[in-house]
Design a binder for this molecule. Structure first.
Ligand code: SAM
Length: 226
């Protein structure tokens, strides 16, 4: 870990993300609400969770709907396998889950224009702007035209770029001490997101939604095919 106790990508490669029951419940509460509100029922849809870790949404299909396919993408195969093992052990049909493993957003296991909706919880706080661009550019061909990718991320409150931002004024167990422009955990501004579209990445920044988290927001990117 770095000195902010925020796991980096390299950390996740060596230490696959594994959650406890209580942590899963806590994390899934944000995620289920967001999916219900912004994506709707996933029944028979093709859903992609990017940075899925050990698939905390796996036990929540009764609340979000059972997709036709649930792609779990992460850099750690061990993390996804642990999730699949856990789900299997609780009797959940894991036949709908499909693994996608890459640390540079290679989505080759997914067919072009197959995905109805994509989602990430706390992935972009680990990614530089260049890696976010790679993620969006590689994801775009896999999404249906007009579909959305919802990704939670740290957004600065006043739309002004800062090298670091101290969140300790927020009284929350989720509040880390600081976020940064140049290192993990990364923060971004609305202005930066608005200008991402200029790079022809196949997505348009659409909206910053509330996420029920003290400083992460849920950013909606809409897939626009040229
Ligand atoms: C904070 S965890 C969130 C995990 C999961 N979304 C959850 O809510 O429990 C971030 C996840 O992103 C994954 N990750 C980080 N960088 C990645 C990258 N470049 N490509 C794919 N996954 C990545 C990590 O392995 C980890 O599982």
């Amino acid at each position: 870990m770095n000195n902010n106790d925020q796991p980096t990508q390299d950390f996740y490669k060596e230490n696959p993300r594994l959650t406890t029951h209580d942590k899963r419940e806590r994390l899934a509460a944000f995620q289920v609400q967001a999916i219900q509100k912004h994506i709707g029922d996933l029944t028979n849809k093709v859903f992609l969770d990017i940075g899925a870790g050990d698939i905390v949404l796996g036990e929540k299909l009764d609340q979000i709907g059972t997709p036709q396919k649930f792609f779990a993408h992460d850099l750690s195969e061990k993390s996804i396998d642990a999730g699949l093992g856990r789900l299997k052990s609780t009797g959940i049909n894991t036949g709908i889950f499909h693994k996608s493993v890459s640390d540079c957003f290679d989505f080759r296991v997914i067919q072009d224009q197959e995905v109805d909706a994509a989602f990430s919880n706390s992935l972009f706080s680990h990614l530089s702007i260049d890696l976010i661009t790679v993620c969006l550019r590689n994801l775009s061909p896999k999404m249906k035209n007009g579909s959305s990718y919802f990704s939670s991320m740290i957004i600065l409150p006043d739309n002004t770029e800062k090298s670091s931002y101290d969140w300790s004024y927020i009284d929350s167990p989720f509040a880390q001490h600081s976020s940064y422009a140049n290192k993990n955990p990364f923060h971004y501004t609305k202005n930066t997101l608005e200008n991402l579209g200029a790079n022809d990445i196949g997505f348009k920044f659409k909206h910053i939604h509330e996420y029920g988290h003290p400083f992460q927001k849920l950013v909606e990117f809409c897939c626009i095919k040229n």
